[in-house]
Write a protein that binds this ligand. Structure first.
Ligand SMILES: [Zn+2]
Length: 385
């Protein structure tokens, strides 16, 4: 970056109006995942801000009917800027634990994950405008990310498939790192149907679903032994109706974390196999796949942007580094479709998903400036991409 560009960005960061104002407005609206009223209200705020910056706003909806906001500006292949407005917190949380700022530290439900990220997107646009001739942009904001974006994933992928890259504004890691890879999640329910019987009078008439499930659980739990990149945990179990009845039903829910697409495929195949293996006679076993996320693998197609982010950070005096992390995001869905993803572009704090969540307010402007400088540089290098 030229010294004058650095000076202009740093100047703009000093003069940025009170960004906590907008953050406060968003945090004050409760947006539990799936809460239509809260999401609509928060999307209206974001739509207003984007329209004010010259974006054309479209309202799409996910397969579950929840709103997804799409905003476009500029011609040519866009960069995607991706955020979610839902939080993990329930209704009434914003009143119980209102937005507050103390020094550089802001608190309140979703202040980092990821209402702070939404504000970062808006400031990134402002900085791109300041630098002149901003690239085409497509903003996508959904409201079901915290439950795996089961409803919005189709819209996300379709609308970003042709993007040059997608920047996901999940919070940066507590050490300030951006995110280049994320583990995947495979979740499923194993169900066993057996035959009920009185366990004293006619036990041999029954087919014990709990016994069958127990055997399969042992084999599922052992899957991680052959796949060192995976963690397998059987986290829920249920079955039976009473101490004196052979159970005709048992089920367990399993959470698997995977590090590569290949492991992800392998786990799924092995689970299907375990379900088909013989068990307790006259029981039947089935697998129900639950909302999952494929891993976001570190891929060479990210290299060019990672280099530009690192350069931008060095020029601006905010060192940039990248790491892989365990938690999933919409970056997983996009990366698995072959879209170039840079994740963790949002501000930095800690305690995400907890009541002690906070964000360092100054990092909103830092991340916005880094992202803007990197995108500007990418657009300059290949303007017609
Ligand atoms: Zn998030």
């Amino acid at each position: 970056m030229s010294p004058s560009t650095v000076a202009r960005l740093r100047d703009a960061m000093r003069q940025a109006d009170d960004i906590t104002h907008l953050l406060a407005e968003l945090v004050a609206i409760d947006t539990p995942t799936g809460d239509r009223g809260g999401l609509d209200a928060a999307l209206e705020v974001v739509g207003r801000e984007l329209a004010g910056r010259g974006f054309a706003i479209q309202h799409d909806s996910g397969d579950d009917g929840l709103p997804v906001l799409i905003a476009d500006r500029g011609v040519g292949q866009p960069f995607g800027l991706v955020g979610h407005l839902d939080t993990v917190f329930g209704p009434g949380e914003a009143a119980r634990r209102p937005f507050a700022v103390e020094g550089d530290r802001a608190t309140g439900p979703g202040v980092a994950d990821m209402k702070g990220g939404i504000v970062t997107i808006l400031r990134c646009i402002d900085f791109l405008d300041l630098l002149g001739s901003p690239p085409a942009l497509r903003i996508i904001i959904n409201g079901d990310e915290e439950r795996g974006s089961a409803g919005s994933r189709r819209v996300l992928v379709e609308r970003l498939r042709s993007a040059r890259a997608a920047l996901v504004f999940e919070p940066g890691r507590p050490g300030g790192e951006f995110v280049s890879s994320r583990r995947g999640t495979v979740r499923f329910r194993i169900r066993v149907a057996g035959i009920a019987a009185h366990s004293g009078v006619a036990p041999r008439d029954g087919a014990n679903a709990v016994h069958d499930l127990a055997g399969r659980i042992v084999r599922v739990a052992a899957l991680a032994e052959d796949l060192p990149g995976c963690d397998v945990n059987v986290n829920l179990i249920a079955g039976g109706v009473g101490i004196n009845t052979v159970p005709d039903h048992a089920e367990a829910e399993v959470d698997v974390r995977t590090s590569s697409l290949a492991d992800d495929d392998r786990i799924r195949r092995s689970v299907e196999q375990i379900a088909e293996e013989p068990g307790v006679p006259r029981t039947t076993c089935s697998i129900e796949w639950l909302a999952s996320r494929r891993p976001l693998e570190r891929h060479p197609r990210q290299d060019a942007l990672i280099a530009l982010f690192t350069e931008a950070g060095a020029d601006l005096g905010f060192p940039v580094s990248f790491i892989g992390t365990g938690g999933g995001s919409d970056g997983n869905l996009l990366g698995a479709e072959g879209i170039t993803v840079i994740d963790g572009c949002g501000p930095v704090g800690d305690g995400y998903h907890r009541v002690d969540e906070f964000v360092r307010v100054s990092t909103i402007l830092e991340r916005a400036a880094i992202c803007a400088a990197a995108l500007q540089r990418a657009a300059e290098r290949s303007p017609h991409a």
